[in-house]
Design a binder for this molecule. Structure first.
Ligand SMILES: Cc1ncc(COP(=O)(O)O)c(C=O)c1O
Length: 381
């Protein structure tokens, strides 16, 4: 089974996003192995498209990307034992409280380096960071520490998919007020950022001056939050595909799969595909979703199991064992979207793409794939 990532579409998406938020810079968010799609080829293709910065969640992820020579941010927080390695690789570090600023500074002095940091402000996410009301004093005290380059300041939105949200407006006000108060104390930041993908589609104020960067993840891959609006015309970069393992004529009355949740109403041609929930097919597709064989929809029969899924082959009498099966992707009105699966599963697109199984081969197509170095497998689809 393969997930095929079209790097040309990825690049085109990046270019559209960059144009939509101009003059803001786009920080490409590539955490969790680029949302499960494979960080190295994706980062390289984005760099060619003009991405100037990346962001991830963990030090291990940051170190892997640092070799591309572009700034790599850690968005979340840092444990003490992670500071030396992150600093040694020149990673852009988050400051979530004064203690962390002090420990980063001390390690930077020890290593004889300057640590580039961004202050993380909690304006309503309730997860990490300095509360906006306390931030001035913490930032001012941090700025007095040696070997710190306070390049940036940022905050994060929990509900930016809701256009006109009073909550989000309150966050913007709180963050901009803080910037003004800091300016009044003579403290300026070169990078000031709030917006994620949702905000870029739903909250224009979140990427206007004095804000000058956005942090974009899910939109790079052409996916959108299902609750918000889509302002940009982006295309999905991924196709999840497998092969038809068996085709059988089964008698009326036979039941299909675990739980016997489907009974054949008549004799039918039934196909078994090599893809199950271990590969990322949601259980919610059971008796509800469909896959594409020879471009035609074949409904899922019974329950999706770990390695296999059973489908109705009535629409494709000519199909045979070994045929390609598109589980996610395809063209035209029958294309299966990440958002459709998210709806069936009652989740969001992040969960769908991050759930593509570890055993699914990551493959890359497009002219950009040729620029990927050894170890990246490319296929001609
Ligand atoms: C702090 C922060 N900024 C930006 C993003 C990117 O979000 P999205 O993928 O919705 O663009 C994330 C991802 O969760 C994040 O944690």
């Amino acid at each position: 089974m393969q997930v095929v990532v079209d790097l040309d579409t990825l690049r085109a998406n990046f270019i559209k996003i960059a144009a939509a938020v101009k003059p803001c810079a786009v920080v490409a968010v590539l955490k969790a192995n680029a949302y499960g799609l494979g960080v190295r080829p994706i980062a390289r293709a984005l760099a060619v498209a003009g991405a100037a910065r990346f962001a991830v969640a963990e030090v291990k992820e940051a170190v892997e990307l640092a070799e591309l020579g572009l700034p790599v941010h850690i968005l979340g927080s840092l444990l003490d034992e992670e500071i030396p390695e992150a600093l040694a690789h020149g990673i852009v570090l988050p400051v979530t409280d004064l203690g962390l600023a002090q420990r980063i500074s001390a390690e930077a002095v020890r290593q004889g380096r300057t640590a580039c940091v961004h202050f993380k402000i909690d304006t309503g996410m309730g997860r990490l960071g300095i509360l906006a009301a306390e931030a001035e004093d913490v930032i001012e005290a941090s700025m007095r520490l040696p070997n710190l380059d306070a390049e940036g300041i940022y905050t994060h939105f929990p509900v930016a998919y809701r256009s006109g949200s009073v909550f989000t407006e309150g966050q913007i006000r709180s963050f901009l007020d803080l910037l003004s108060r800091l300016e009044a104390r003579g403290i300026h930041f070169r990078l000031r950022h709030m917006a994620n993908s949702d905000a870029v589609n739903n909250v224009p104020r979140a990427f206007q001056s004095p804000l000058n960067a956005v942090r974009t993840g899910i939109n790079l891959y052409g996916c959108f939050d299902i609750e918000g609006q889509r302002v940009m015309d982006l295309r999905s970069v991924l196709t999840l595909r497998t092969r038809l393992t068996a085709v059988r004529q089964l008698p009326a009355g036979m039941t299909i799969g675990y739980g016997c949740t489907y009974t054949l109403p008549r004799a039918m041609r039934v196909g078994t595909i090599s893809a199950g929930y271990a590969d990322g097919l949601p259980l919610a597709l059971s008796n509800r979703g469909y896959v594409l064989i020879r471009g035609r929809p074949c409904p899922v029969l019974g329950r999706v199991s770990m390695d296999y899924t059973t489908v109705d082959m009535t629409q494709v009498p000519e199909a045979c064992v070994g045929d390609d099966v598109v589980c996610l992707g395809g063209d035209g009105p029958t294309a299966v979207s990440v958002e459709h699966w998210a709806q069936l599963k009652g989740t969001h697109p992040y969960d769908i793409i991050c759930s593509i199984g570890g055993r699914v081969e990551r493959c890359y197509v497009g002219t950009a794939a040729g620029e990927a170095e050894g170890g990246v497998r490319t296929v001609g689809v």
